[in-house]
Write a protein that binds this ligand. Sequence first.
Ligand SMILES: C[S@@+](CC[C@H](N)C(=O)[O-])C[C@H]1O[C@@H](n2cnc3c(N)ncnc32)[C@H](O)[C@@H]1O
Length: 363
Amino acid sequence: MVASRFDTWLEDPLLRRLWTAVREAGPIRSVAVDLTDTCNIRCEGCYFFAEGMDQVSAAGAAGVDGFIDRERTRGTNFVTVVGGEPSLALDRLSKLYGAFRLSVATNGVVPIPRHGFEELPIGVSVWGDTVTDRALRGGGRRDLFAAALDNYRNDPRAFWYYTVAPGHATQVESVVERCVDNGNRVLFNFYGDLEARGGDLDYRRGFGDVRDAIDCAIDRHPGAVLMTSRLADVVSSGRLFDERWGHAVCTSITPDHAANADRITNGRPYNPHFRAFHADLETTRRCCTGVERGCDSCFDTWQHFSWVMLNLKKHLRSEEDFTEWLATTYLFYFINRLVDLDDEASLLEEIHRRTRRRKPAAV
Ligand SMILES: C[S@@+](CC[C@H](N)C(=O)[O-])C[C@H]1O[C@@H](n2cnc3c(N)ncnc32)[C@H](O)[C@@H]1O
């Protein structure tokens, strides 16, 4: 029954194209690593420092080589490089780049050179307009957004990983405009107020205004926004069909970590290959962005991508749901340069046309 409906859905040229691209790219067997225990800035409420992840010393050259051997043997083919600041450890980054497909998060202050990292997908962080970003990431003084715009202008490797707080919806339009004018695309992430600063930063007030602003950004820049309207809903509301976001459903957990012993037996999908490694590249933690923290403050888009992607079964009830699953999965592959298609911008526009949930606002 499902099989025949599924075949019919794939007669749709867009779905067929996305499905074929993902199938040809093949399955992702991923892990996440911290590359360094240091950073050149200290963002307000950064989970890395909030949970003491900087206390684990970074691996030396031999440690990186050992990690590469072990993970290649295990079949890892994709590594998300996060914690600390990867641009401060280019020697280690280069080793990993030579061994796996990578995706890297950077604060953008020190450019990752093109030479030697030609095809590296780079997510450049920004947390708001100049005033907000300077306050939350620049220690009140440095305009990191301007520096990163300079460093990644018209750089095809870069996309913005734009973390928005609930009270900062009015900044979305101008921030996206600057990113797009800089020749880059944008993926949204949502601020987890780990230090309970409250006010504009308080996730308990909900991200409704931010979602509306993201929908407007999609309408204005459909060739530049790298998530669907519905994925923005899933991440920021913590709802996927009948599930509520939390440790019981998160799929990006380290399966053999003691903290996940109950989780892996609760019947919900998880990625059996995944591991979240500390900077020593040996010890692991519960999940990418957490050691012990509650998951109610986690609005990490990367992990929610995985939540959707590992729940294909739930998306087979209707063509609309399947389209969402496929668009989200395709976008993950696209962001990470795992698929290579012509007409990228028009394809993104088509994806947004097909997945836009609410009535487009007048632009
Ligand atoms: C810990 S940083 C490490 C990589 C790099 N130093 C950077 O700044 O992008 C990884 C990502 O987590 C995001 N992040 C850190 N703390 C966060 C929080 N409390 N809420 C939402 N995102 C957060 C950052 O913006 C960044 O995109």
